[in-house]
Design a protein around this ligand. Structure first.
Ligand SMILES: [Zn+2]
Length: 222
């Protein structure tokens, strides 16, 4: 979210990139992997055949589950159908509870996978398997995990040590799970998504501090 100019729906205009290969190892293995992946995708498309899901299950052990409205995301089977190679950082422009509320509102048309509070609390509202409508760009939505942070872009005091540390641990886990490099090419702000009119996380978000914490947490995860 953050500094939105209009009630923006997920931009569904152009056809999203279909990630055929997952990770560098798969790319090196070549066409055999491609064929297997093709089969995997067809298997997934067979009605009634899906990875088992459990109600209330989270992808990050430190998160509590609060379901978003299913109008604010699209069911998928990532990383099988879309590779995940981005984390997108947002700021809520409101309280933790107000962010939860709007993500539960089917009329909102947007929601992120996670919300991190100023006290470090993490809520997961959409499974990483699924495509959350948070970046305002279909391609970026399909390949990313979106993390909201409680606060306002123009209030530096909102970005607490607890929030940075908790979010960094979460991002490190996501990077470890999908083998995403810990750098600013792959961990980006909403403002850096092509075509966006959003400014979050804004000038007070301390990228140097955050990336240092993510790298530290990523080393601990490995
Ligand atoms: Zn945003």
């Amino acid at each position: 979210m953050g500094a939105r100019r209009a009630n923006e729906k997920d931009a569904d205009r152009h056809i999203g990139r279909r990630a055929l290969l997952i990770g560098g190892a798969a790319a090196a293995a070549g066409t055999a992997v491609l064929a297997r992946d093709e089969l995997g995708r067809l298997w997934w498309r067979t009605p009634g055949v899906e990875k088992p899901r459990k109600e209330g299950e989270v992808d990050y052990a430190g998160a509590r589950w609060v379901a978003a409205s299913d109008a604010n995301w699209r069911r998928a089977d990532r990383p099988e159908d879309y590779g995940v190679d981005l984390v997108v950082i947002h700021v809520t422009q409101g309280s933790f509870d107000s962010a939860v509320k709007v993500f539960q509102d089917p009329g909102h048309g947007a929601a992120a996978h996670y919300i991190v509070g100023q006290d470090g609390t993490v809520a997961q509202m959409i499974r990483e398997l699924d495509v959350a409508f948070h970046a305002g760009n279909r391609d970026y939505n399909e390949r990313s995990v979106g993390i909201e942070h409680e606060g306002f872009v123009d209030r530096p005091q909102d970005f607490t040590a607890e929030m940075y540390e908790s979010s960094a641990r979460l991002t490190a886990r996501i990077c470890a799970r999908y083998d995403i490099p810990v750098d600013r090419e792959h961990i980006i702000g909403h403002v850096e998504v092509p075509g966006t009119d959003h400014t979050d996380p804004g000038e007070h978000w301390d990228w140097d501090r955050y990336m240092k914490l993510v790298r530290k947490a990523r080393t601990a995860v490995a």
